[in-house]
Design a protein around this ligand. Sequence first.
Ligand SMILES: *Cc1c(COP(=O)(O)O)cnc(C)c1O
Length: 426
Amino acid sequence: MTEKFKPETLCVQAGWTPKKGDPRILPIYQSTTFKYDTSEQMARLFDLEDSGYFYTRLQNPTNDAVAAKIAALEGGVAAMLTASGQAANFYAIFNICQAGDHFVCSSAIYGGTFNLFSVTMKKLGIEVTFINPDASEEEITAAFRPNTKLLFGETISNPSLEVLDIEKFAKIAHAQGVPLIIDNTFPTPINCRPFEWGADIVVHSTTKYMDGHAATVGGCIVDSGNFDWDAYADKFPGLCTPDESYHGLTYTKSFGKGAYITKATAQLMRDLGSAQGPQNAFILNIGLETLHLRMPQHCKNAQRVAEYLESCEEVAWVNYCGLPSNKYYERAQKYMPNGSCGVISFGLKGGRETSIKFMDSLKLVAIVTHVADARTCVLHPASHTHRQLSDEQLIEAGVRPDLIRLSVGIENADDIVNDIAQALKA
Ligand SMILES: *Cc1c(COP(=O)(O)O)cnc(C)c1O
């Protein structure tokens, strides 16, 4: 199944192509291990001389079929599933950076990613510099150092909902000889395909819209195959020089455009684990089969709710890039002409306390940590996901202390609006 099909068809059919007598739908290969006839056959797998399955910590056929579907949707050459979005982000960076390296990152990113990059990666000797994504090319370029290995940003940041100028970021990264990694969780490839705008690697928390039912935590890394590692071989020794743990094999020489994902699988998954369970991959795949139907409904409902909120006098501000009044409206029209995502943020007059009272008064709309699934839900980042951050750090991450994050689901829009209306009165 190749890219000749449109996204709707890929959602339903890509990844698993049954042969004669095979199960029609993707089977769950619920097995830790795989059988071979000779010791020689198995040895060749361990040396990466043949491709095949031997242990689910590294690769599993169910997972690979789902990864192939996501790769097809993004227009990439290869992909790898991970146990969570956090693992995807960690591996995407750690596959390139080692102790002593540095990377540049948009400050408008998910709180968990911010913590991973600024605290945990630092303990591993990898440093990050956060930049305002709307700063000029010159300002962002000034954050690069000789040991900078990549640039990172989110298409639509969670929860601040800033829309990234992907083309600008790609230009800056490529002028410095490093890849651009984009977290494309919120729009999904249905609404935005960052490779078409110059991104090199895309990561996802599949936990969100891709699964779409709040059933499984998962992540994915997709490689476009476009970045020429060997052109900057001195910057990327892990990919361009021999790997002692595979008898001196060099990923770029042996795997060409598959080098990055092969290294992530053969080295990082082997050593660090965090593989997605095949059951979860199966559930994720069922979610993906309707992604093209759910995303437009999320966007349509969110647009309606955002317009309603903007008309309410109790509401101090509304942030949704589908509103013509929004700072990112034009940019969103360019990168996501068919809609962005179902997540809105807003603040109430009266600030923090009023926001909490409002949330407690909602009936249909539930308070949950989750975001981006079929059911409408709400969260107050300053009291929940971003509790660790000071008010100053909150502002820096684009999260105002009164910000309410509303993830609009695929229910009837009138019912969502009515619930909000009654809670605003309360
Ligand atoms: C949720 C999220 C993550 C982390 O993913 P998990 O699956 O929760 O580990 C990373 N990036 C973004 C944009 C997210 O929304």
